[in-house]
Design a protein around this ligand. Structure first.
Ligand code: MG
Length: 226
């Protein structure tokens, strides 16, 4: 496949599982929170739902496990509890290679944005320090900026709007099936980085232009793509 970044002017990064090795913490937090409300979320379930808003995730699992839609108040309770569990866990590491990718993308003149379904305020704050000089809050689309989360294209369409480029001039870096689906639905070429336990085939089924296995691999291959 001869995919190139030569005609690209913006690079849009997902956050969890791309910039931070935060998915193991999310997985534990979701599992414990759902357990308390009589539902079950396996690590596979968490990774398959990654990228969706907390609201949509609770609705989906409630329908599956209990056969009815959770009410707004319960959704708020569950997601609030999940978020508090997540905050109490050891800080997730910056994904090895991620800062290297940012440096090389910035040097190539690409506009850098983050497009995340996350509503974790602490991580949204922290990313601006860990990637200082490359990202500011006004270059981020989070759970607070859109009504419909991934896999709807809305977050990525909002990202394009902020970047001021058409879909054809952007590239997305995503690790989650629903995230890739959202970016592809927005018409953006997407590089999948499989940093979790899912089979490559699950990510490839969402039609990324390339698939890699770490941010370090992306950093190492970036020059040849530019
Ligand atoms: Mg992710």
């Amino acid at each position: 496949m001869s995919f190139s970044l030569r005609d690209k002017n913006a690079i849009l990064f997902d956050m969890d599982g791309v910039l931070y090795d935060s998915m193991p913490n999310h997985s534990k937090a979701w599992s414990l929170a759902m357990e308390r409300y009589g539902m079950h979320m396996s690590p596979h379930d968490v990774y398959m739902n990654e990228g969706a808003t907390g609201h949509d995730t609770v609705v989906r699992i409630s329908l599956r496990d209990r056969g009815f839609e959770a009410r707004q108040r319960e959704i708020d309770d569950i997601y609030g509890y999940k978020a508090s569990l997540f905050r109490s866990m050891p800080e997730a590491c910056v994904m090895p290679g991620a800062q290297d990718v940012f440096r090389k993308a910035a040097a190539a003149g690409l506009k850098i944005l983050i497009v995340t379904g996350s509503g974790q305020k602490n991580l949204i704050e922290r990313v601006q320090k860990d990637f200082e000089g490359f990202i500011t809050r006004d270059r981020m689309v989070t759970a607070f900026e859109v009504k419909r989360g991934k896999p709807y294209p809305d977050p990525y369409l909002k990202g394009l709007e902020i970047a001021g480029v058409p879909a054809t001039e952007a590239v997305v870096i995503e690790n989650a099936p629903l995230g890739i689906r959202a970016a592809v639905a927005a018409g953006i070429d997407t590089i999948a980085v499989n940093t979790g336990p899912l089979e490559d085939e699950i990510l490839l089924a969402e039609h990324p232009v390339l698939l890699m296995h770490s941010m370090q691999e992306l950093a190492d291959r970036l020059e040849t793509l530019l």
